[in-house]
Design a protein around this ligand. Sequence first.
Ligand code: DGL
Length: 277
Amino acid sequence: MIKPGPIGVFDSGYGGLTVLKEFIQTLPQYDYLYLGDNARAPYGTRSFETVYEYTLQCVKHLFEQGCSLVVLACNTASSKALRTIQQNDLPDLEAHLRVLGVIRPTTEVVGKYTKTKKVGVFATKGTVVSKSYVVEINKFYPDVEVFQEACPMWVPLVENNEHLNPGADYFVEKHINQLLQQQPDIDTFLLGCTHYPLLVDKIRKYTPEHITILTQGKIVANSLVEYLNRHPELEKNCSKSGTQSYLTTDDTANFNDHAGTFLGETIMSKHVSLISN
Ligand code: DGL
């Protein structure tokens, strides 16, 4: 008999909150346990092995806390660690445990938004180098061309709470211009990093009006609805008291402050130490 537990939501830092927010809005009945690995963010510039190792530690911790289902609300972890965890690690764990990512649900729908068949993806260096978006979009929409731009400063701006300040404008404008220089006919920008919606106002400010800006939160939430409908045997392992709890590997006061501002409510996070020996 499996005791129902919260849905685990994991990110390297604050970015996954943009996904969690949509989960709460779309599926308010479930309990959620968020884990931000803020102490080791950003993941975007780290090696495959490191992202995999950190992500696996976090996923296992969420399982230990009673989650049966964990969503990697992080593109970097989804592109670098998800498949290995699903294929190599889950088979050694209890049979009911599941891990989902954010790239597949996004690539399933992105082609519906472009008329020019040219999509621009902003993402971390790790996600760009993995080519996950190029490969996956091509599977669903072979006629869509994908152009990528790595934005190594965007996550640190968010993690350091500088994303709303004027200094952020320089980096936002620079990467938008660089992506449009690659291909001026792009009509859809995909924010392929869960931190980037926190910069969306500035991204809109420097993006030509005719370009659609796609964020992932709602897309991933809709996909979770479908997943839970398709898998009643897993859905029954998710507890339903409508609560949210937060874990961070870094300072809780900082986390409570930043996350609370973003979510518009008081957050009381707990510290968790996952540093390996
Ligand atoms: N939110 C993560 C993502 O979606 C950011 C990765 C990072 O820590 O660099 O890729």
